[in-house]
Design a protein around this ligand. Structure first.
Ligand code: FAD
Length: 407
């Protein structure tokens, strides 16, 4: 194996987890390489610009909203000088799709059942409970089945009944000086692009890491493009199953533990249409109570003068592209050929189950005193803030060593 370049830290995966870790390491003068298998960084943060569309029109194909409770993420935004480019999201409603009818969420809730159940909120603990067992008692069984189950599924774009009840929504302190929910003038991707453009961070795009082996004083990383790269520290910022595969030759027990973290895929079809071609009232998102997609998230929260955009998050493996196009056209009330501007994107999201916390503890115990870092959205939550917090903690763990080692 011919080694061509040496880094303090090589990070596999250029989503927000890998990039936020790169940001912390580069801020301390470490020499970092991010290897990303696709031709763009950002991963599930993807503000897509359509060919032939307006230059200032983008559509989020993955994450779309940040909150003023995202303190760690906002810290990076400030480091990058982007805080002045925050953009408030317009208040437009979330709706339910019941059969073919778009309904308001309150209109579908049985308020007698809700009021009889809601007092349980004050004494029922989330610990050890699933989303279904906890929330069906808080909102009432019928309300849960008819309404809330679908809303909860739309959050991680998968069936979330068996998720631990405490993983989806977290109480965090809010920053009073920042708007409650926001995006950016150019979409969320401007943050990941800006991290990747910093000095001290090299990015190798469109090249997949295929093997990692332990060397004399660190690791040798092999890519599908034939590169051989060396580093004292290695970080995996990929879905758990990919990290497990890549770590097999380096730390077998860790790889086995990672294999126990399940994942789901979400197939997104994003479309842009001239404003005049769709009659639907502006909305933030619509969640069907029975359809091929978990949700459709719109760009109406950041209105554009000429275009509207919609990201349909489909259940995986059920529909060919043509079937998705037909469903999207029908939903938008367009001709069967559908919108001219379309794009697709697949994302992987973790499928949490009760007891996940113990897996994370086992993973962290195996990482102790190792030059291996594991970051991603499968630790204590899936949000952007959860990802950044994990990267921050992982970097703190090895900070003293990586600084001393490079001197
Ligand atoms: C549809 C959707 C909507 C969401 N909405 C929100 C939201 O509104 N707000 C919020 O806070 N969070 C949201 N999230 C969650 C959040 O966006 C993600 O959890 C987070 O962006 C994941 O970041 P990551 O870096 O851990 O993983 P990813 O973004 O998946 O990045 C992993 C990267 O690793 C690369 N990779 C994989 N294998 C290799 C390899 N062998 N070699 C090199 N590179 C590799 C991939 O190409 C990818 O770029 C949403 C997620 C989805 C899917």
């Amino acid at each position: 194996m011919r080694v061509v370049q040496h880094y303090d830290l090589i990070i596999v995966g250029g989503g927000i987890s890998g990039l936020s870790l790169a940001h912390y390491a580069a801020a301390l003068g470490r020499n970092v390489l991010v290897v990303e298998k696709t031709d763009r960084v950002g991963g599930a943060i993807h503000s897509h610009r359509f060919e032939g569309g307006s230059r200032d029109f983008w559509l989020e194909l993955g994450a779309h909203t940040c909150y003023n409770s995202y303190a760690a993420f906002l810290g990076i935004v400030e480091d990058l000088g982007l805080i002045g480019r925050l953009r408030r999201r317009e208040k437009v409603p979330f709706r339910l799709l019941v059969g073919n009818d778009i309904k308001s969420i309150p209109s579908q809730i049985n308020f007698v059942e809700f009021l009889l159940s809601a007092p349980r909120f004050f004494f029922l603990k989330k610990d050890g409970k699933t989303v279904e067992s906890y929330y069906s008692r808080i909102v009432g069984r019928r309300n849960y089945d008819a309404v809330f189950r679908h809303l909860f599924n739309a959050v991680p774009s998968q069936r979330s009944n068996d998720f631990p009840a405490d993983i989806l929504f977290k109480r965090r302190q809010r920053r009073k000086d920042v708007m409650r929910s926001f995006t950016f003038e150019d979409g969320l991707q401007c943050v990941t692009d800006a991290i990747a453009a910093q000095p001290g961070i090299d990015v190798r795009k469109a090249d997949e890491v295929v093997e990692i082996v332990a060397g004399n004083d660190g690791f040798v990383v092999a890519t599908a493009g034939g590169a051989r790269l060396r580093a004292g520290y290695i970080a995996l910022a990929t879905p758990a199953e990919t990290s497990a595969r890549l770590l097999c030759a380096v730390h077998e027990r860790l790889a086995l533990e990672l294999q126990t973290v399940a994942a789901a895929r979400v197939e997104t079809l994003g479309v842009a249409v001239p404003k005049s071609s769709v009659a639907l009232d502006p909305f933030a998102g619509i969640v069907p109570t029975g359809d091929g997609f978990y949700s459709v998230v719109s760009r109406d929260t950041v209105p554009h003068q000429d275009f509207r955009g919609f990201a349909f998050h489909f259940r995986p493996g059920q529909f060919e592209f043509e079937a998705k196009r037909r469903r999207v056209s029908e939903f938008l009330g367009m001709s069967p050929e559908g919108p001219d501007r379309m794009t697709t994107k697949d994302n992987v999201v973790p499928a949490f189950t009760v007891g996940h916390e113990r897996k994370v503890e086992a993973i962290d115990a195996l990482l102790s005193n190792r030059n291996i870092l594991l970051v991603g959205n499968y630790f204590r939550g899936v949000s952007i803030e959860d990802c950044v917090l994990r990267s921050k903690r992982e970097f703190e763990r090895i900070k003293a060593g990586i600084v001393a080692g490079a001197e």
